[in-house]
Design a protein around this ligand. Structure first.
Ligand SMILES: NC(=O)c1ccc[n+]([C@@H]2O[C@H](COP(=O)([O-])OP(=O)(O)OC[C@H]3O[C@@H](n4cnc5c(N)ncnc54)[C@H](OP(=O)(O)O)[C@@H]3O)[C@@H](O)[C@H]2O)c1
Length: 332
């Protein structure tokens, strides 16, 4: 009999996430009731935010010890007892880290047929949409402006920088390591890149943007937010997308300096958002992203790891900066 392979969050981490926080197990194959479908998970989305969910409730419930590790996936309907869904349909859903999941039809987002299907998790998924809405709706850069993005070689950051180039901006990416920084410029077309692991981030940013920063797309928070805040131009905009520097460990003892003083003096707009705030515009955004991909103005980088069992290692690696572009786990 086929069982349902699952990865549980066995213990809630209080410091760095490690393999011993997870547990692999086999459960009974779930059966759908009326109004539900059984999904076969194809690709799990690996997301930095899933480490933040272990710290407590955010825009979604906390991930608790003993439960199947939370996470979204690209999945295929295997058996349907819900009107409107049939076997073979592709959906985006919060399946958790397991090979099969039973969910009510209202929890599914129907996906179009696209080749390769992995693009449904990268450029046409959360990563691409977060970059698109966060940059264009929250920060609204104008041609000629200087845009800085942190975690620039990651799934969201790599797309933010490319869209900013499409819009005619000067783009500076911040990433960890010389190789990643060279890749941002050579492969993705960023104008400049700053290696925060080399130290002296504030000075390196000043050299890269001597007239200051118009838009900062913040994926990191902490020191990087502080370094950019101090160099914002009058009337600049900061799109607060995430704070990965604060996810994997105990809460930081100090916050960024300059808040709110510099926000007042420089008349800055600092605005947070969650990608789902813009889901009413999702189809139009995907259509525009698809045009840029087709015209080869937007390059898609995917980092696919094989096997559900590898998911814990893949998430720990993502938090440490192993990935370039969108990291996902192929399950089936
Ligand atoms: N608001 C929303 O709706 C929304 C939606 C999706 C994602 N997000 C946010 O977007 C950000 C990126 O998430 P993702 O899942 O797409 O991951 P990702 O960018 O693909 O990968 C995370 C990257 O962050 C960098 N990083 C890790 N720790 C860091 C630190 N202490 N300081 C600076 N950089 C660090 C690493 O690259 P380096 O090698 O460069 O360190 C790593 O590759 C996160 O903040 C996430 O919460 C927000």
């Amino acid at each position: 009999m086929i069982s349902n392979r699952q990865i549980l969050l066995a213990h809630t981490p209080t410091d760095k996430l490690a393999l011993q926080h997870f547990q692999l197990c086999d459960a009974e194959m779930p059966s759908p009731q009326d109004g539900e479908v059984r999904l076969k998970v194809r690709y799990l989305s690996l997301d930095a935010a899933s480490r933040a969910w272990m710290q407590g409730a955010t825009y979604r419930a906390a991930v608790v010890a003993g439960a199947v590790m939370s996470g979204a996936a690209l999945a295929e309907v295997e058996e349907s007892r819900a009107a409107g869904f049939s076997a073979g349909d592709l959906v985006f859903a919060d399946t958790g880290w397991q090979t099969y999941a039973v969910l009510p039809a209202k929890a599914l987002i129907r996906l179009p047929k696209v080749e390769p299907i992995t693009h449904l998790l990268s450029v046409y998924g959360i990563a691409g949409l977060t970059a698109y809405f966060g940059l264009l709706r929250i920060a609204a850069p104008r041609a000629g402006e200087t845009v800085v993005v942190s975690a620039a070689a990651g799934s969201v950051g790599s797309i933010v920088g490319q869209i900013a180039k499409i819009k005619g901006c000067q783009v500076i990416g911040i990433a960890g390591g010389r190789e990643k920084c060279a890749w941002l410029v050579d492969a993705l077309g960023f104008d400049q890149a700053v290696d925060y692991k080399a130290g002296g981030t504030f000075e390196a940013l000043k050299a890269a943007a001597p007239k200051g920063i118009d838009v900062y797309f913040d994926n990191v928070g902490g020191d990087m937010f502080e370094a950019c805040l101090a160099q914002m131009r009058l009337g600049g905009r900061i799109a607060c997308c995430g704070a990965i520097s604060a996810y994997d460990g105990p809460p930081p003892s100090t916050g960024p300096r300059g808040v709110p003083g510099l926000i007042v003096v420089k008349r800055l707009t600092v605005k947070g958002f969650i990608v789902s705030d813009f889901y009413a515009e999702r189809d139009a955004a995907i259509a525009e992203l698809a045009t840029w991909v087709r015209e080869q103005k937007l390059k898609v980088f995917e980092d696919v790891i094989d096997g559900l069992e590898q998911a814990p290692r893949a998430l720990i690696g993502l938090l440490a900066g192993d990935n370039r572009g969108k990291r996902m786990v192929k399950v089936a």
